[in-house]
Design a protein around this ligand. Structure first.
Ligand code: FMN
Length: 144
């Protein structure tokens, strides 16, 4: 069974994204599969303060270790993100920058070169392909 996170990307007091993420999580759980909440706000991450690049995996800060362990507990990610000035919130980008190997795609490369996808990654691709086919069919008339 793959575990998929619903990531909440904004952290400001009064943010709306958490409510949206809770609704997404509810639907995801009803859809079937193992989903969980991964809220960036729960980790109180300062602006990236690791002395070494995350790709080395030598985390020194407790908040990084906590965040990395939480991310590692999932095989796939659904992002519920606000749009701040036509981009993602800085807090989300910062949280993404903290990790490296924890994000499944990087782990799917042997020696960082040969693509050897994990079972979970291939499994997660199937519904994505179903969606692309379905939407492509639906939009055929618009294109023509
Ligand atoms: C700093 C900031 C920048 C924003 N920039 C955009 C934007 O570029 N485009 C947009 O459609 N909405 C923008 N908004 C509106 C947000 O998408 C909206 O307020 C949303 O609720 C923010 O998510 P949050 O409540 O989880 O922070 C911005 C809001 C904030 C606070």
């Amino acid at each position: 069974m793959v575990r998929i996170a619903v990531v909440v990307g904004s952290t400001r007091p009064g943010r709306r994204s958490r409510q949206v993420a809770e609704r997404v999580l509810k639907h995801a759980q009803e859809h079937g599969g193992e989903f969980g909440m991964l809220d960036v706000a729960d980790f109180a991450l300062p602006l990236l303060d690791e002395p070494l690049p995350p790709s080395l995996g030598k985390y020194q800060q407790d908040h990084t270790k906590r965040w990395a362990a939480a991310v590692k507990g999932f095989d796939g990610f659904t992002f519920v993100t606000a749009e701040y000035n036509h981009s993602v919130p800085g807090a989300l980008k910062n949280a993404l920058d903290y990790g490296y190997a924890e994000w499944p795609f990087a782990a799917d490369f042997q020696e960082y070169t040969t693509f050897t996808p994990s079972e979970g990654a291939e499994e997660a691709l199937q519904p994505l392909l179903d969606q692309v086919i379905s939407w492509s069919k639906a939009l055929q008339t618009v294109r023509s």
